[in-house]
Write a protein that binds this ligand. Structure first.
Ligand code: MGD
Ligand code: MGD
Ligand code: SF4
Ligand code: MO
Length: 721
């Protein structure tokens, strides 16, 4: 739709992407100005709904602080002082720097980076692979990457809840989709399934809105999920509630798996997890007996030393109860007929000798197999030039100073790196450290075949509505840069040619695709009956042949979190509480939108959840600024007292900085919970390198300097680096 309304008001149909994206929108636009955004009732993804961030995209696109032109640093890093340059000059700087470092230190000395789900991953990987750099810095070691890679080695593809076919039971595990709308899912699907009468089990240390709606809420000790799932499987196997036929025909290593499960009797599981035995039994029975059933699982269990095994055990629960690839269960959606993100990423074009150089590739082998690395190795390569120097980083849509573990180390590394280029909407604390800053286009300013990285079976049409300054979409910028870097035969004359290439298998041109709005693959269930599962054995590998090959335990097991009351009892005296970080608020997507008035009004300051008993013990009152401190660092947030959290657990927000603070630091260290988190590789998941962000130890006390956030001298700044 692109219809004329009033004299010059148009309504353009498109798809939002402030979060992982997907909601269908109708954008009202007048003279290059968006005047209103409303939900598209015809969208199969969002069914007419929108969240506040989608609506506030108006204030994002037209924000007075947007970066409008490429900028080159004039003075010292981190002190402001920028000079406007042309795109031509920006491309020249980028190509000459890349050529220089590639020649002197090898392409591996150039790190490309991105944040989460900005729909630009495939372009960034393509560019990096053609450049010859195996080092692409992402959040993929601890977010989505683990789930996709673990699913592929275990059952061939990512199983996704089939809400459309009315699951009778939904187990929501470490996830809050009605707020976070992550990846394949918009919360409306889950809400509608519940409204249709599905039973709900929630596994979460906090009493969320979903927990409030649940039939059963399992309030576990953070970081103990795999033990809890093994306990549930113990009940399911002992009481013979599993799908025998499926287990016999379609599970590889069933016998060994059962032996492993036997090591987790309920008494042991209950001690580990804090969940009463009766509740574990009840949950296991409800889940196994109510069919079809699915598990909506979240990032909380990926950001853990048990990351891969958490993912494996969730798949195991779905598999042994016969819920894989059946209507209303956990299904493998069929992709639409387009090029997929992995093909576009051109991974085959990275020379094998360069692939071997991926930082940390010999340590985290599952991550390496999926072209993912753990950020700590990049910081080490910059700071200590080990195992080789990294001289340049080009970060396209990421704010690692705020969003990566051990923020003080990240800050030091990005300050030190020889050349840093950043593409963003705003001058973030990360961009402030750059030598070159590029102005990025928001979703309202681009044409794109959206979501071809997701596994929900759709691609969505995103349509350019306005042009702001000289902002460019990441895709257009990379297509141009690739052309200028001598990769011409692998890129296209224009971005529209690239979009047509993505669409080519469908036979559609981009203009025709826009008219359709979306494409969807035709769903087929129980595909394994015809062609098996796409794993080495053709079965669901609860005993993983790939993990075995790489030297890991082929069966899932529970590892005690590296910093916990059990693994480090000596620390408890000084750090008596378990800290979880990063529960998503509606208002913000990670470190973004703090400058958007409608959204900041919803959540003006960071808060930390504390049980009233704990608050009383520590002399803390509702709304106090409190110091949260771990063995590595500290930051300030405001106390929010709630009965919905265990008195032994503290729940802090992540990704805070203060764009309104004028200094180029923008208060990056004031309330940044990642000053407390650890990035030591020994604390990460051994196969994936996932960072442990959800089970640390901390202390908490009233701020000595209320109400202002900590000054420079008070900042944690501790690091193992
Ligand atoms: N302690 C703790 N830390 C966490 C988490 C946690 O739970 N706890 N969660 C982690 C997770 S799961 C993730 S995925 C990461 C996210 O980490 P990041 O993706 O690095 O997070 P953002 O803060 O969203 O940073 C994105 C930046 O890119 C800009 N941007 C947005 N869209 C575009 C675009 O299309 N193009 C360009 N060029 N720029 C764009 C934004 O303005 C913003 O500055 O954070 C992680 N950090
Ligand atoms: N508004 C908004 N939406 C977002 C984002 C955002 O920043 N803001 N980020 C996006 C990104 S990149 C991601 S990855 C997704 C994540 O989205 P979700 O997976 O929904 O993640 P969270 O809200 O961080 O955590 C979900 C729940 O896990 C619980 N939890 C914490 N520790 C544990 C634990 O050890 N075990 C269990 N079982 N539960 C635990 C928390 O209490 C929380 O209620 O959201 C995406 N959507
Ligand atoms: S949930 Fe995400 S895609 Fe939907 S309106 Fe909100 S920000 Fe946009
Ligand atoms: Mo994420």
């Amino acid at each position: 739709m692109d219809s004329i309304q009033a004299s010059d008001e148009r309504i353009v149909r498109s798809h939002c992407r402030i979060c992982h994206g997907g909601c269908g929108v109708l954008v009202h636009v007048q003279n290059n100005k968006v005047i209103r955004i409303e939900g598209d009732p015809e969208s199969p993804i969002s069914r007419g709904t929108l969240c506040p961030k989608g609506i506030a995209s108006i204030q994002l696109a037209h924000h007075p602080d947007r970066l409008l032109y490429p900028l080159k640093r004039k003075g010292t890093k981190g002190e402001g002082n920028w000079e406007r340059i042309s795109w031509d000059e920006a491309y020249e700087i980028l190509t000459s720097k890349m050529n220089e470092y590639k020649q002197k230190y090898g392409a591996e000395s150039i790190v490309l980076g991105y944040g989460t789900g900005r729909d630009n991953e495939a372009f960034i990987y393509r560019f990096a692979n053609l450049l010859g750099s195996p080092n692409v810095l992402t959040a993929g070691h601890m977010c989505y990457g683990p789930r996709v890679s673990t699913s592929i080695i275990t059952c061939g593809n990512l199983p996704v809840c089939d809400y459309e076919s009315n699951p009778s039971c939904i187990m929501v595990w470490g996830n809050n989709a009605v707020i976070s709308n992550p990846d394949e899912y918009k919360g409306v699907y889950l809400s509608d399934a519940l409204a249709n009468g599905a039973k709900l089990i929630v596994v979460d240390p906090r009493f969320t809105k979903l927990a409030d709606r649940s039939n059963l809420w399992l309030q576990l000790r953070p970081g103990t999920d795999v033990a809890l799932a093994l306990g549930m499987l113990h009940v399911i196997i002992e009481e013979e509630l599993y799908d025998k036929e499926f287990a016999e025909h379609w599970i590889y290593g069933w016998k060994e798996f059962v032996e492993r499960v036997k090591e987790y009797p309920l008494k042991r599981v209950s001690e580990i997890t804090w969940v009463p035995e009766e509740k574990i039994k009840e949950a296991a029975r409800l889940f196994a007996k109510t069919k079809p059933a699915c598990i909506q699982w979240g990032v909380a269990i990926e950001q853990s030393i048990n990351c891969v095994d958490n993912n494996r055990i969730i798949i195991a629960l779905a598999a042994v109860t016969g819920n894989l690839d059946v209507p209303g269960g956990m299904v493998f959606y069929v992709p639409p007929p387009t090029m997929n993100a992995s093909q576009f990423g051109a991974h085959k074009l990275l020379p094998p000798e360069q692939r071997k150089k991926r930082l940390g590739g010999d340590v985290f082998k599952l991550a390496d197999a999926f072209a993912i690395l753990n950020p700590r190795f990049v910081w080490d390569a910059i700071l200590y030039e080990k195992p080789y120097p990294v001289k340049m980083a080009f970060l396209i849509s990421s704010n690692p100073v705020i969003t990566r573990a051990n923020a003080s180390m990240v800050y030091e590394a990005l300050k030190k790196v020889d050349f840093l280029a950043v593409s963003d909407f705003f001058m973030t604390p990360t961009a402030e450290l750059a030598n070159l800053v590029l102005p990025a286009a928001t979703w309202l300013e681009m044409d794109y075949v959206a979501e071809f990285w997701k596994r929900h079976g759709y691609v969505l049409a995103r349509q350019k509505v306005i042009q702001i300054g000289e902002c460019k979409s990441d895709h257009e910028m990379l297509n141009e840069l690739g052309n200028r870097m001598g990769q011409k035969e692998h890129w296209w004359p224009t971005i529209h040619d690239a979009l047509n290439a993505i669409l080519a298998p469908s036979g559609l041109k981009f203009e025709e695709f826009l008219k359709r709005g979306f494409l969807r693959g035709k769903m087929e269930y129980r595909k394994y009956e015809k062609k098996g599962f796409s794993t080495p054995t053709g079965k669901v590998e609860l005993y993983s042949t790939r993990m075995k090959e790489w030297g890991y335990d082929p069966l899932p097991q529970f590892r005690e979190p590296p910093e916990s009351p059990v693994s480090q009892p000596d620390l408890l005296k000084d750090y008596p509480y378990i800290l979880i970080t990063g529960m998503r608020p509606t208002a913000f997507f990670h470190s973004e939108q703090r400058q958007i008035p409608w959204l900041r009004e919803l959540l003006p300051e960071p808060f930390v959840e504390i049980h009233p008993e704990t608050a009383e013990k520590e002399g803390i009152k509702e709304g106090d600024w409190v110091v949260i401190e771990s063995p590595r660092g500290k930051c300030l947030q405001r106390a929010k007292l709630t009965l919905g959290i265990d008195p032994r657990v503290i729940g802090a927000q992540h990704a805070w900085w203060f764009p309104e603070k004028d200094s180029p630091e923008h208060g990056w260290g004031d309330s940044n919970i990642n000053l407390l988190t650890d990035n030591d590789p020994t604390t990460c998941d051994p196969a994936m390198g996932a960072t442990n962000l959800r089970a640390l130890l901390c202390r908490i006390y009233p701020s000595p300097h209320p109400p202002s956030p900590l000054g420079e001298e008070d900042r944690g700044m501790g690091s193992k680096g």
